[in-house]
Design a protein around this ligand. Structure first.
Ligand SMILES: *Cc1c(COP(=O)(O)O)cnc(C)c1O
Length: 486
């Protein structure tokens, strides 16, 4: 036995031929990546991937491999052509900026290559700790369960399935939804991931009622009650009510307290989509806006957006561990927990979601929270909200810009106006402004529609953004407005 363990290391087929050389090359990659992050605030926000680089990708699967030197070169060549979200003037959609600290955890996780479906190992404990922190942060009971998942889309599928199965009972898992006529409710501003969840769960997107919003883009509670009553009268079975904490268009926050009361009265599962908005729970300045979230039956949110954990990482929390487990647990013999050694470590994540093999996403989340702490993450969020207000003031003072929605948190929607053109032409004009800003690399807002009108949407979920970046955006828009023809 002793001899067996003290034998010199023998490399596997896929291990480096020369470990010292591998060490040097790894240092080189790390140095280049750190340089890139050091310079994250300089250069264009986005560059289109060059045609010759794309052409280089297009070759047959290699029969024989290349040297590690060549691989390093190939990797470094890709670095400048990301989506641009590491840059302080990336204002599109809702993207987190990530942070350099994530590199360390990603390296450690890559080195461990843990499979987090279950079993008895430290990665499972780390994930459980992350879930415990989030449970406490959001005021969920100690008995609540949860998972670190790929993002809010996956978190929503898991939450909606737990809700569906709680409504119909265990038979839904064997017999499907049959002729149960389940219906759910969200506002017309809710994210499309809820539609996708209803689609994938066999409920159909038509079963997800879109309730109109008020002038603050929050769900209209009277319209909600009316729709529920109408559906009951029509013999349907309302089961799910989804509130949004931070809509993607304008960061509006539904009245979660009121929604929770409606859910209680109507015996509905109360879900909150807090993809980015729930993260204001980290901010002492803003967290009171989430009052009511602690009463949710489930909560879906992202670590990779406003908290800047690297992609991808999101979270689902479910108040009733039993409902969660009953919706997903079922293991064949070869996956049985024997309660012993490596086959111990219950409860296993596989019993709380659709995936068996899962990476160690929780490590970067855990390390990120330890590195920065709740307070700093909260201050970064609050500062983004200040910047959105700063932008709104500039827009309001500008004769050729018109604000299109209240600034609830970190998103400002506006458009450029001209007297002499039709609505369609105005849409084209604003679309062109955004495309020019993006293609010139000055700033990357996105577009959306508010009341049917195409608007410039500036979302600030970026710990690198400063006042000067807002100034640069406005200057660049002014330059474009001064052009005769866009
Ligand atoms: C981004 C977003 C989602 C989807 O989250 P992913 O992490 O991209 O899957 C859902 N809801 C809202 C409000 C979002 O902003």
């Amino acid at each position: 036995m002793d001899d067996l363990y003290s034998e010199p290391r023998r490399n596997g087929m896929l291990d480096p031929q020369n470990w010292d050389r591998f060490d040097e090359l790894a240092d080189e990659v790390l140095t280049k990546v750190i340089e890139r992050l050091f310079d994250a605030s300089t250069g264009p926000v986005w560059r289109e991937p060059p045609a010759d680089l794309i052409a280089k990708l297009d070759k047959p699967l290699p029969g024989a491999g290349q040297s590690q030197r060549e691989i390093v070169g190939a990797l470094l060549e890709l670095l400048p052509y990301g989506v641009g979200n590491t840059h302080p003037r990336f204002f599109g959609w809702v993207h987190g900026a990530g942070s350099p600290g994530n590199l360390l955890a990603e390296i450690a996780a890559a080195g461990m290559n843990a499979n987090c479906g279950g079993r008895n190992h430290i990665a499972i404990r780390v994930e459980r700790q992350v879930i415990a922190w989030m449970r406490d942060l959001f005021g969920f009971p100690d008995t609540a369960s949860g998972l670190v998942v790929s993002g809010t889309s996956m978190a929503t599928i898991i939450a909606a399935k737990a809700a569906r199965d709680a409504a119909i009972g265990a038979s839904s898992r064997t017999d499907g939804v049959g002729d149960q006529r389940l219906v759910g409710y969200v506002s017309s501003e809710a994210h499309s991931c809820l539609d996708r969840a209803f689609d994938m769960l066999g409920l159909g997107t038509a079963a997800l009622r879109k309730i109109p919003v008020n002038s603050a883009f929050e769900i209209d509670l009277d319209a909600l009650r009316d729709q529920i009553a109408e559906d009951r009268a029509a013999g349907l079975t309302p089961f799910f009510l989804g509130g949004t904490a931070g809509t993607v268009n304008t960061a509006a926050i539904d009245d979660l307290k009121a929604l929770s009361a409606v859910a209680q009265e109507e015996a509905l599962w109360f879900h909150v989509d807090g993809a980015f908005g729930a993260c204001i729970q980290f901010s002492d300045v803003h967290k009171s806006r989430l009052d009511g979230i602690e009463a949710a039956d489930s909560l879906a949110f992202d670590f990779h957006k406003w908290l800047h954990v690297n992609y991808d990482a999101g979270c689902v929390l479910i108040r009733s561990e039993a409902a969660h487990r009953n919706s997903f647990a079922k293991r064949p013999d070869y996956l049985a927990s024997e309660g012993l050694a490596l086959a111990g470590g219950e409860p296993w994540p596989v019993d709380y979601g659709p995936e068996l093999s899962r990476g160690f996403r929780a490590l970067k989340v855990w390390a990120h929270f330890i590195e920065h702490g709740r307070e700093k993450l909260g201050r970064s969020i609050a500062f983004n909200c200040e910047l959105a207000s700063y932008l709104a003031d500039k827009v309001d003072a500008h004769p050729q810009l018109q604000r299109m929605a209240p600034v609830s948190l970190n998103i400002c929607c506006f458009r450029a106006i001209r007297d002499d053109v039709s609505e369609d032409a105005l849409d084209d004009f604003n679309r062109a402004i955004v495309a020019r800003l993006q293609s010139e690399g000055t700033a990357a807002p996105s577009t959306t529609r508010i009341d049917g009108k195409l608007v410039i949407r500036v979302n600030i979920t970026n710990h690198r953004t400063q006042h000067v970046d807002i100034d640069i955006l406005i200057d660049a828009i002014n330059d474009l407005l001064a052009e005769d023809q866009l």
